[in-house]
Design a protein around this ligand. Structure first.
Ligand SMILES: Nc1ncnc2c1ncn2[C@@H]1O[C@H](COP(=O)(O)OP(=O)(O)OP(=O)(O)O)[C@@H](O)[C@H]1O
Length: 392
């Protein structure tokens, strides 16, 4: 018993040393395993970053291959309310086997065929149209400036395509939803600040659609010496969520109608712009990107010339036609890579100057009705059309 007791005592005496050594050993093993893990993590993170950079590069290559200026066409379905217009036959048709083709009947059985970047048949959904625009929205988060226009005659579906209805929202809402979901996906690597402004241009006068009284605004050269343009007094609102932006969109829509009524103006006679700026900071390198997304519901191109409008209506029509032609001229000059781009010929192109210029991306959604006998599309040398309505 004495021997056993002495042995136990010695074990107890040595236990703390043994225990200490075992703990130190375990700690060493754990910290070796942890540093191995964090090396592996670092390696994985580095690989992930490389993949993300590659994804961005390929995304840009894809967008560039598709063309930095794209012209899409959406053919409006014949609605019940359109059917009372008698004597109109279907003149605009799409080809189910070719999603770039549009055919316009010219009389005596002859038709004019056009090739655009993409043609949406009358049954195309809002989602299908947005899918074509989505890569451009992603580019905006990557730091590019993007403009998306809806162009066409009054009632051809411009507002439907851009704003849509509550149940079936259009490009504006879908683009901003996509923007916020991309920002959420990238939140471990990037932090983003999103701001929005909204203006309308009516008779070459700029008004803030997010103000209470629709103040008139002017476009000036920024005094900060960067040579960039800015609009003094324009409300620029930081938004944190898609829900917040939805409220601002609704406010801008209400104001467009209210200001329009005050000035005896129908909203279809003004251009409405929703301008979103996305500033991103790479959490690892601190690198900064600034992207802009301009969503534009253009004023309806009208036949007022033909109907002999006078006074205010004539001035209005002249201003609309002038600014639409100025936009067409800018786009043709950009596509033709001309040296001089006539940005200053209208408020619209002047305001969008830094988003329309070289290296930026533009999509023009031309809206046409199937009964539209007056549509003519002007070909450019590039075999893809810049589409502009011309009323003779
Ligand atoms: N693809 C479509 N599917 C269903 N309805 C449509 C479609 N396009 C347009 N509409 C409907 O046609 C009507 C006219 O469209 P919308 O108001 O968008 O035309 P607009 O070109 O914006 O006209 P305005 O120049 O007067 O603003 C609306 O009732 C709209 O809901």
């Amino acid at each position: 018993m004495k021997t056993d007791y002495a042995s136990l005592r010695s074990q107890v005496r040595n236990f703390s040393d043994f225990y200490g050594a075992a703990i130190t050993d375990a700690k060493k093993q754990i910290s070796a395993a942890m540093s191995e893990m964090s090396e592996a993590n670092k390696d994985l993170l580095e690989k992930y970053r490389k993949e993300v950079a590659l994804r961005r590069k390929y995304h840009e290559q894809l967008v560039e291959l598709k063309g930095n200026i794209r012209v899409l066409c959406r053919v409006k379905p014949v609605l019940k309310e359109d059917q009372h217009e008698e004597g109109q036959s279907v003149v605009v048709t799409t080809d189910p086997n070719n999603e770039s083709a549009l055919s316009v009947l010219k009389g005596q059985g002859r038709s004019h065929n056009f090739e655009l970047d993409r043609v949406f048949h009358p049954q195309a959904t809002q989602e299908e149209v947005f899918q074509e625009i989505e890569p451009l929205v992603t580019s905006c988060i990557d730091g590019y400036h993007v403009c998306i226009f809806a162009y066409g005659q009054t009632g051809s579906g411009k507002t439907y395509t851009m704003e849509g209805s509550t149940e079936n929202p259009g490009i504006n809402q879908r683009a901003l939803k996509h923007l916020f979901s991309e920002i959420e996906d990238r939140k471990d690597m990037w932090t983003y600040t999103v701001t929005v402004s909204s203006v309308e241009i009516y008779n070459e006068v700029l008004r803030d659609l997010l103000s209470k009284d629709g103040e008139k605004l002017d476009i000036k050269i920024n005094p900060d010496g960067t040579g960039q343009l800015h609009v003094p007094g324009l409300r620029v609102i930081e938004v944190k969520s898609f829900q917040h932006i939805k409220k601002l969109l609704a406010q801008a829509r209400r104001n467009r109608i209210t200001f329009g009524t005050q000035m005896n103006q129908h909203s279809s006679r003004s251009h409405a712009l929703l301008m979103t700026t996305v500033v991103g900071i790479d959490l690892a390198s601190g690198a900064k990107t600034t992207g802009k997304l301009n969503l534009v519901d253009l004023a309806g191109s009208e036949r007022v010339w033909k109907s002999g409008a006078e006074g205010e209506r004539l001035k209005e029509a002249q201003n609309i036609n002038r600014s639409l032609l100025a936009l067409g001229d800018v786009i043709q000059a950009l596509r033709g890579k001309e040296k001089h781009i006539p940005f200053r010929n209208s408020r619209l192109t002047y305001l969008l100057q830094d988003s329309l210029g070289k290296g930026n991306k533009t999509a023009m959604v031309v809206q046409v009705g199937t009964h539209d006998s007056t549509v003519r599309l002007i070909h450019t040398d590039y075999n893809v059309c810049i589409s502009i309505y011309v009323y003779s």
